[in-house]
Ligand binder design. Structure first.
Ligand code: NAD
Ligand code: FES
Length: 300
């Protein structure tokens, strides 16, 4: 059992939990995810790791209540325990494997969208611990849903906030702010890492392709079981079929077929759509075996 040692409401319907899971905390790397199961029969919920403390043995998760499973999860309080907390899963961020001296030469910009801001934090913190100050754009609907601003300021170079309604910081989408930084303010970046809703990652990738900036995206939102079994996270990257939970979750944003991935994501949500996918894709609908999930919420 994995005990919740801290719970906070960060914004309406968005919760943070620190969970006692020493083995996961010791081996987690930025960019990886884990699977939470509330009880033996519960749905497997893939969540990107938002922080980890090897000394305390805790792992931080942030989630938004979207469907019945996450609503149930939000009812758990400090002292309650999850039946399963499996991880770390997936490949760590590309930067973890890079030569530090080479990495230090790069100007890095993170584009964090909504709840996707939480998984950006461990990457920016890891860079900070290695002497690199990355810039961060945080995009959110309104000031009330802004997450991790202070935490990010403590580990980043410049932190820019964009709100859709203009209630705080720049008024407009992250893509407009990114364009402004590069084309008006003359900022230069060698790498952009975008983590947030699929639609945001798609349009950030289109823009950075025009600007000639290498871009990494995290395809956690299309995951369902996170174990390579269900086939939900099948995505075409550079013409090759990949599974986000096994081969990712991070990929080159300029090579991802976002439209196909978003279309599959929408179809996977109901039984009829899954039947169509199975008919069209045959066995390749499933990565290794079949375990279609009724009313599954998808990754967060
Ligand atoms: P949101 O709808 O508030 O969007 C966040 C920001 O994305 C917006 O403020 C805007 O600046 C930008 N954006 C939205 N549409 C855009 C467009 N068409 N063009 C350019 N920019 C656009 O985000 P939310 O409601 O918090 O949704 C969170 C999403 O993040 C969920 O879909 C969840 O699955 C996803 N998520 C992803 C990860 C990951 O690892 N990629 C992790 C956690 C959550
Ligand atoms: Fe990757 Fe199910 S989430 S195969």
């Amino acid at each position: 059992m994995f005990k919740i040692v801290r719970k906070r409401l960060l914004a309406p319907q968005i919760y943070l939990m620190d969970v006692l899971a020493p083995r996961v905390a010791r081996s987690a790397k930025p960019g990886q995810f884990l699977i939470v199961k509330m009880d033996e029969k519960g749905e497997r919920i893939p969540l990107t790791i938002c922080d980890y403390d090897a000394e305390k043995g805790t792992v931080t998760i942030v989630f938004q209540t979207l469907g019945s499973s996450t609503q149930q999860m939000a009812k758990y309080e400090e002292g309650d325990s999850f039946a399963d907390f499996v991880g770390p899963l997936g490949q760590p961020s590309e930067m973890v494997h890079e030569n530090l001296e080479e990495l230090m030469k790069k100007k890095i910009l993170f584009v964090a969208g909504g709840v996707g801001t939480a998984p950006v934090y461990p990457q920016v913190k890891w860079l900070h611990e290695n002497g690199i100050a990355a810039d961060v754009i945080i995009g959110t609907k309104t000031r009330d849903t802004l997450l991790f601003e202070e935490e990010m300021k403590a580990v980043a170079g410049n932190v820019y906030v964009a709100t859709d309604d203009g209630s705080y910081g720049y008024k407009g989408l992250v893509t407009n702010l990114l364009k402004d930084l590069v084309q008006v303010q003359g900022k230069q970046y060698d790498l952009v890492v975008a983590i947030g809703p699929m639609i945001m990652m798609k349009f950030v990738s289109i823009l950075t392709k025009e600007l000639g900036i290498h871009t990494i995206v995290s395809l956690n939102p299309i995951m369902v079981d996170g174990t390579g079994m269900c086939g939900a996270c099948r995505v075409t990257v550079g013409g090759t079929v990949k599974f986000a939970c096994v081969d990712g979750p991070e990929f080159d944003g300029h090579l991802v077929n976002f439209d196909e991935a978003m279309r599959r994501q929408a179809m996977y949500k109901d039984a009829e759509g899954r039947k169509v996918l199975k008919a069209v894709e045959g066995d390749t609908h499933h990565a290794k075996g079949c375990e279609c999930h009724e009313n599954s919420e998808g990754g967060r």
